[in-house]
Design a protein around this ligand. Sequence first.
Ligand SMILES: NC(=O)c1ccc[n+]([C@@H]2O[C@H](COP(=O)([O-])OP(=O)(O)OC[C@H]3O[C@@H](n4cnc5c(N)ncnc54)[C@H](OP(=O)(O)O)[C@@H]3O)[C@@H](O)[C@H]2O)c1
Length: 334
Amino acid sequence: MKAAYITETGEPNVIQFGDLPTPEPGPTQVLVKVGASAVNPIDTYIRSGAVPIATEFPYIVGCDLAGTVQQCGSEVTRFQPGDRVWGSNQSLFGRPGTAAQYAAVDQDWLYPSPDGMSDAVAAAGSLVGITAHLGLFLNANLQAGEILFVNGGTGGVGAAVVQLAKSVGARVIATVGSDEKQALCESWGADLVVNYHSDSMDQQIGDFATENGGIDVWFETQRESTMDRTVELMAKRGRIVLMAGRAARPEFPVGPFYVKDLRMFGFAMFNASPEEQRDSAEAVNAAFNAGTWTPQIGQTFSLAQTSDAHALQEANTLEMAGTLTGKIVVDPSL
Ligand SMILES: NC(=O)c1ccc[n+]([C@@H]2O[C@H](COP(=O)([O-])OP(=O)(O)OC[C@H]3O[C@@H](n4cnc5c(N)ncnc54)[C@H](OP(=O)(O)O)[C@@H]3O)[C@@H](O)[C@H]2O)c1
C-alpha cells in the first residue's frame, strides 16, 4: 500500500511517500480502507521528535482516520465489512499511523460514521471533537447557561469547543485572528467574538464577563497561557482547562485563584480510556446528526504531499501564521 512515513525524526521533509506492506488485522483489529486522515499538532511534534514517540521505523504518521471496514479480526464484534467508521488515537504507544491507504485499528478506537458525514469531514473532526468534548464535559462539567471562554474559536480544537459548548446552551466568548474567522465563529452562535489583534480585546472580554458574572469555564488552547488575566476574569467556582504548552512555565496568581474557589484541569486526550473516548465520540456524532457540530476543512493534500501538510500545520500552530481556517485533511485517493 502507499503510505506517508518517516525513518528518522526531523523537519517536515523527513516524511517519505512510498510502498509499505498492507497491515494484517489482529484478532481485535479492523482493517480500514482509509478515505481520509487529518493532521493535528501532535503529528508534527512526533515527526519532529519533540514528543519522543516514534522509536520504531518505518513509522507511519497520523492519528486520525475515516474510511470503510475491509476486513475484521476473529474477535471483532462492533463492526463488519462495509461499515463506515472514523477514529483517532493512532500512531501512539506502538499503534501504527493513519496516513496510508489502509490501517489496522483496534475496534476500541473506532466509531460509526453518521450518514451524511463524509470521510473527509469525519477525519477532520475526530481528534479535535473528542478533545473538546473531554475538556468541556469530562473535565470542566460545562452546564447550560454558563459562560465559556476559548482562544482561537475557529482553530482545530477551538472550533469544536465553540460548537459543542453552544450545543448544550452555554454562552460563548471566543477570540479569532481575522474578520472572516469572526464571521464563521459567529455563524456557530458564539455570543462574543473578539479579534485578538484588537487593542480593546481585554476590555471587550472583561466587560462581557463582568456583565454576566464572570467566566465559568476557560478553555485554553494557547501554548503560552496568561494566568493573571485568566484568573481575574473568572467567576467564583470557575474551572480552567489547560491542554497545550508542554514547555510553558507561566507565573501563577495563587491568592486570587484560591479565594475564588477556582479549579484547574489538565488533560491530554490520548490518556483518556477507550470507554471515555467512545462516550465523547458518540456525543460528537449526536451533535453532528443534530446539526450543531460541523467539522471544518481548511486544505486537502494527497498522501504524497503529507510533508507539505505538516509544514502548513506547523506554520499555523507553532508560528501563528493565521493562514488556515479549518483542519488539514490528507486524502489517499488523490
Ligand atoms: N491536550 C490535548 O489532548 C490536545 C489535543 C489537541 C490539541 N492540543 C494542543 O492544543 C493546541 C491547539 O491545537 P489546535 O489543533 O486547535 O491548533 P490550531 O488549529 O493550530 O489552532 C490554533 C489556534 O490558536 C489561535 N491563535 C493564534 N494566535 C493567537 C493569539 N495570539 N490569541 C488567541 N488565539 C490565537 C489561532 O487563531 P487564528 O487561526 O484565528 O489565527 C487558532 O485558532 C496545540 O498546542 C495542540 O498541541 C492538545
